[in-house]
Design a protein around this ligand. Structure first.
Ligand SMILES: C[C@H](O)[C@H](O)[C@H]1CNC2=NC(N)=NC(=O)C2=N1
Length: 99
């Protein structure tokens, strides 16, 4: 299980180098997805939900029609980015609809 120790900015930047579309912003990592339509966006959100529950780690999600904007931070680590955010981000990418 990934841990909840705050990561350094250098560690976050190094990880994000291999994670297309994810950006560091205000002690969070964020990514904006565009789905084909609302149905695909909602299905994506449901798939994210299963991983969030499995990890006991929950994203902030903002959906408008076919867009899903995701923000990840670890509340238990003082609202900083941890390995758990990177793990959830990688799982989200793995269940994202094809671009
Ligand atoms: C007890 C439970 O596992 C914790 O409260 C979890 C729940 N989901 C969480 N989600 C996020 N994003 N950060 C947390 O620190 C967090 N903590």
């Amino acid at each position: 299980m990934a841990d909840r120790t705050p990561l350094s900015r250098a560690d976050i930047d190094a990880a994000l180098d291999d994670m297309e579309g994810w950006v560091f912003e205000d002690d969070t990592i964020t990514k904006a997805y565009t789905c084909a339509d609302f149905q695909e966006a909602v299905a994506f959100i449901v798939r994210i939900g299963f991983h969030a529950e499995e990890l006991a780690h929950h994203p902030e999600l903002f959906n408008v029609y076919n867009s899903v904007d995701i923000t990840l931070t670890t509340h238990d680590a003082g609202d900083t980015v941890t390995e758990l955010d990177l793990e959830l981000a990688r799982r989200i990418d793995a269940v994202a609809p094809e671009a």
